[in-house]
Every structure is written in structure tokens, then in C-alpha cells.
Design a protein around this ligand. Structure first.
Ligand SMILES: CC(=O)SCCNC(=O)CCNC(=O)[C@H](O)C(C)(C)COP(=O)(O)OP(=O)(O)OC[C@H]1O[C@@H](n2cnc3c(N)ncnc32)[C@H](O)[C@@H]1OP(=O)(O)O
Ligand SMILES: CC(C)C(=O)C(=O)O
Ligand SMILES: [Mn+2]
Length: 512
């Protein structure tokens, strides 16, 4: 029994996606992506345009020879040589499709093809018949359909269905359509073409006005049952409808649209990553579904909501589309709930609300200076808050000298207050000069030699933040230092960490 609500997903990343300037792929790269598309249970993989080059022929052939669970398709113009080449590439396909096309808009017929409409109909019918002689699954596209006349489309479609086309694709080739109009076109075609029920109607929308997904959804609502789309929305100019958005919109709003696909959505993020790494086209962070921020929350009010009940700010789960989890990003918009929750995950609980509030105030100060606050920063902040009550070592002065063309030299003076003496030490190197200097100072205390130092630096030339991680006897503490000079920031961080170690040691062995 056929499922009338099932939408066929036709992925054209390897054909239209590859037409993006700079996105050309080798045969091996295309094969890797095709395998991932098969794993994702894409219904049809358009593997390329066999006549375009010997390399593209080899790619389509390799994919057709390998892929078993998805239909493999090659594009061809309505020309003998193109159709035959496509057929040749698909000869071993478990399930193959020839996709032939010709433009039907007045502007394309007149200026590009330089053919009159009757000739276009004749060539389309001829091409479909020739393809049907090679393969049973033939798709026909009316290039630039959204700028074509409805009566002419009805005429040509009826004829190509009679000639054996099993899928009729209505492309919005130049991304000109708007959803209501495009849905209406599909509905009119289905209603007016007498043999429309003998073919699946498909759409192929470009994103020149950012409407590719909206137009695709309007089309399926009007009765289309195949959507042509690409991973990450790759494709000519502004790209094609993005597969991940179409699939997740159908799934998430099944209540309204009443449709579904056969896609294994957990393979979406791996597919997106693969396409991005192969093409070198980064995915913008705010891209729906597959962008790094698609399931990330930085705002305190949102974080608080998500922590209380995830659905307050998420309409899908990160896991459903292949992320490991959603993400709480700590930044200047974050609030206490997320701050506390993240630190608890890191193993730090606050002893009082006062302690939380002090650490949170320091966090807001730091967040005003820094784009993103990392776990190390958070741990350092808490260490710092706790150490501030116990300051054994104090940085009383620090001078940095640097000479052009040479490694800067830091001269550090540190006062160790409990011993009530001043020690001076010197170090060199752009960032760790201060560490060396202070290490040589405290080196007189044999136990301190056990410390290991890890510096995590961030910030710009004018504003540096340094986190130093110290370890002693299995205890790890973090110190945070911030200054306009990275070396001074390093020294502050180191001293804070030392104070923290001393303070926790004091707690374990209180002096009476
Ligand atoms: C909307 C789309 O995405 S359509 C697909 C676009 N993709 C590509 O073009 C990528 C691959 N293309 C190619 O490698 C080359 O263009 C080839 C191999 C297909 C053709 O190369 P050439 O023979 O040198 O032709 P060229 O690209 O210069 O021009 C296209 C020709 O095809 C004709 N043509 C365009 N579409 C069709 C069609 N559907 N059916 C028949 N002829 C067509 C044009 O009118 C033009 O013919 P002309 O040379 O007689 O004026
Ligand atoms: C070849 C066709 C389907 C196409 O890519 C378009 O019209 O955009
Ligand atoms: Mn296209």
C-alpha cells in the first residue's frame, strides 16, 4: 500500500551543491558523502552530471556501483549524448534514475535555448523516451518553472508523463517564487493535468530570496511528494533548500503538515560536518539544525528555563539530529542558575549564597571582557574567590622589559607576606617569564617544586586573561589573572593559584 503522506527526499548535494563555486569534489570525496547519505536513508542521491567531465562520469559510476539502499541519479540535458552518458554511468546501479531537463520559461526558451515552445515540447518528449529506453526510472524537470506559463507547463507535463516520466520536477531555478504563489502553482498543476496521478510531483527550490525551504513546504502542503534539497543548503548562488531544515520542519510540525520522510535524522549532523569539511565551506553558527549554536543557550533566562524544563526553549532535541547534547554557553548574558549548574557539573558546590554571589559578580566582570567563558575560567573564578580570603603571596610589583626583535624579558618582584621578606626573581619568554620568576622565588620551599603549571591564555594584545592550573599532591587548583599586560596577568594567575593551594592546605591542616 502506498503511503500518500510520505515525502521523498532527493539529495542533490553532489550535483547542484557541487555547482557552488569552489565546491568541486573528487570521486573519493563524493563517494564518502554518498555513503553518508545512504546511511541517513536519503531516497534519491543525485550523484552528478555524467556528461560534465570524465571525473564526474567516474564519480556517478562509482556511486552507482557502490550504493545499494538509495536510488542513484544522474542529471542530463535533453540531448542524446547526455542521456546516453547518464545511462552508461548508472548501468550497475541497484536502483538508478536518469534526470533529464529542459527550460520552459519564455526568457530561457527565447534567449538561452533559442527554441520555440513547440520544439521544446518535442525535445522533452524525445528525451524522456530515450531515457526510458535505458532505465525505467526517469525524472523530468521544467527548468525555470516558476517563471513559466501555467498553460504551457500543463501541456508539456502531460506529454512527458505519457512518454514515461515517473517524476515531474518543478524547479524554482532562480529562487523567484514566494510560498503562497508556489503552492498555488503545484495545486493547479495537480488539478489541471489529466494524467498527474501517474507521476510524483517534485520541487527544487533555490534560496535567492531566502525562501527555498518555505517554498518547498508550501509545495508539499499543496501535494508535491518529492523535495530536492542539499546538505547545509549548498548549491548554485545562494544555494538550495537545506535538507536538514526541510526534514526537521516536516518532522517537528507533523501536527500541522501531516507528512513524514524516511530520513534517519540522527545522521544529519555527521552529514553536515562531512560536507563542510570536504568542501571547506564552514557552517554559520546560527544555521538552523546544524549550526554550532542551534542547540546552545547563553542567556540566563533561557538557560534557567531549559534547566527547569528543556522544551521551554527547544522544539527539537539535539540528539535527534545527531548532536551529543544541547549546550549551555557561559557568557555575559548568563545567570546564576546556569552558573551554579555548570560548576556543580565540574564538581564545585557553593557553601553559601554569599559565596555564589561573590563568584557570580566576578564572573560578570570577566564576561564583560571576554567573548566566551570556558570551564577553566569558571573554576579559576571560584578558586580565586576562595583564595581572596587567604593571601599568603602578594604581587607587589612587576616590571616587564622587552626589546625589539628579541624575546621579551620579564623582571618580577614578589613579596611573600607571611615570611615578611621580599624576594626578587627574573624570567624570560613572552608569557611564562612570570611563571619562571615566581617559581624560582618559591623554589626555596621544596614542596612547591611539585607544582605543574598549565597556562591557558586568551584575550587580545591590549587585554589578557590567563588561567594557570597548579597541581600538588593530587589537588588541582586554578588561578585567574587579568591585566592589560599578558605577563602581569600570568603572574597574577600564578599567585592566585598558589594562594588557593595554600588556602586549601590550611583547611585540611588548620593551624591552631
Ligand atoms: C539549472 C541547472 O542547474 S542546470 C545544470 C547546470 N550544470 C552545469 O551546467 C554543470 C555541467 N555543465 C557542463 O559541464 C557543460 O555546460 C556541459 C558539458 C553540460 C555542456 O558544455 P558545452 O557543450 O560546452 O555547452 P555550454 O555549457 O557552453 O552551453 C550549454 C549548451 O547547452 C544548451 N542547453 C542548455 N540546457 C539544455 C537542455 N536542458 N537541453 C538541451 N540543451 C540545453 C544551451 O542552449 C547551450 O547550447 P548551445 O551551445 O547550442 O548554445
Ligand atoms: C536541473 C534543475 C533541476 C536545476 O538544478 C534547477 O532548475 O535549478
Ligand atoms: Mn538547481
Amino acid at each position: 500500500m502506498t503511503d500518500n503522506n510520505r515525502v521523498i527526499i532527493f539529495d542533490t548535494t553532489l550535483r547542484d551543491g557541487e555547482q557552488s563555486p569552489g565546491a568541486s569534489m573528487t570521486r573519493e570525496e563524493k563517494l564518502r558523502i554518498a555513503k553518508q547519505l545512504e546511511k541517513m536513508q536519503v531516497d534519491v542521491i543525485e550523484a552528478g552530471f555524467a556528461i560534465a567531465s570524465p571525473g564526474d562520469f567516474a564519480s556517478v559510476k562509482a556511486i552507482a556501483d557502490t550504493i545499494k539502499d538509495s536510488t542513484v541519479c544522474s542529471l542530463s540535458r535533453a540531448l542524446d549524448a547526455d542521456i546516453d552518458r547518464a545511462g552508461e554511468a548508472l548501468v550497475n546501479a541497484n536502483s538508478g534514475r536518469i534526470h533529464t531537463f529542459i527550460a520552459t520559461s519564455p526568457i530561457h526558451m527565447k534567449y538561452k535555448l533559442q527554441m520555440d515552445p513547440d520544439k521544446v515540447v518535442e525535445q522533452a518528449v524525445y528525451a524522456v523516451k530515450r531515457a526510458r529506453n535505458l532505465i525505467s526510472d526517469v525524472e523530468f524537470s521544467l527548468e525555470d518553472a516558476s517563471r513559466s506559463e501555467l498553460d504551457f507547463m500543463c501541456r508539456i507535463i502531460e506529454k512527458v508523463i505519457d512518454a514515461g516520466a515517473r517524476t515531474i520536477n518543478i524547479p524554482d531555478t532562480v529562487g523567484y517564487a514566494v510560498p503562497e504563489e508556489f503552492g498555488h502553482t503545484i495545486q493547479q498543476l495537480l488539478q489541471r493535468i489529466p494524467n498527474a496521478d501517474k507521476a510524483v510531483f517534485s520541487v527544487h527550490c533555490h534560496n535567492d530570496l531566502g525562501l527555498a525551504v518555505a517554498n518547498s513546504l508550501a509545495a508539499v502542503s499543496a501535494g508535491a511528494r518529492q523535495v530536492e534539497c542539499t546538505i547545509n543548503g549548498l548549491g548554485e548562488r545562494a544555494g538550495n533548500a537545506s535538507l536538514e531544515e526541510v526534514v526537521m520542519a516536516l518532522r517537528t510540525r507533523q501536527d500541522v503538515l501531516g507528512l513524514h520522510t524516511g530520513i534517519n535524522t540522527t545522521q544529519i549532523v555527521p552529514a553536515s560536518r562531512l560536507v563542510s569539511s570536504v568542501t571547506g565551506f564552514p557552517v554559520q553558527p546560527n544555521k538552523a539544525i546544524v549550526g554550532a549554536n542551534a542547540f546552545a543557550h547563553e542567556s540566563g533566562i533561557h538557560q534557567d528555563g531549559v534547566l527547569k524544563h528543556r522544551e521551554t526553549y527547544e522544539i527539537m532535541t539535539a540528539q535527534d539530529v545527531g548532536w551529543n547534547a544541547n549546550k549551555m554557553v557561559m557568557g555575559k548574558h548568563s545567570g546564576r542558575s546556569a552558573f551554579r549548574a555548570r560548576l556543580e557539573e565540574l564538581g564545585t558546590t557553593f557553601e553559601s549564597d554569599a559565596e555564589l554571589n561573590t563568584a557570580f559578580a566576578r564572573f560578570k566582570d570577566l564576561a564583560d571582557k571576554k567573548h566566551e567563558i570556558f570551564d577553566e575560567d569558571l573554576q579559576a573564578l571560584v578558586s580565586d574567590t576562595r583564595a581572596s580570603h587567604y593571601e599568603k603571596f602578594k604581587l607587589s610589583s612587576l616590571s616587564v622589559t622587552s626589546q625589539t626583535g628579541e624575546v621579551p624579558v620579564a623582571k618580577v618582584t614578589v613579596v611573600v607576606s607571611d615570611a615578611e621578606h621580599t624576594a626578587e626573581a627574573e624570567g624570560s619568554g613572552p608569557v611564562d617569564a612570570a611563571f619562571k620568576a615566581i617559581a624560582s622565588l618559591v623554589g626555596s620551599d621544596a614542596s612547591l617544586e611539585l607544582y605543574s603549571v598549565n597556562a591557558i591564555t586568551s584575550g587580545t594584545d591590549s587585554q589578557g586573561e590567563v588561567t594557570v592550573r597548579l597541581e600538588k599532591g593530587g589537588r588541582i587548583v586554578n588561578g585567574l589573572g587579568a591585566d592589560t599586560d599578558i605577563i602581569i596577568a600570568s603572574a597574577k594567575a600564578y599567585i592566585h593559584a598558589l594562594n588557593m593551594l595554600e588556602s586549601t592546605e590550611e583547611k585540611a591542616h588548620p593551624q591552631v
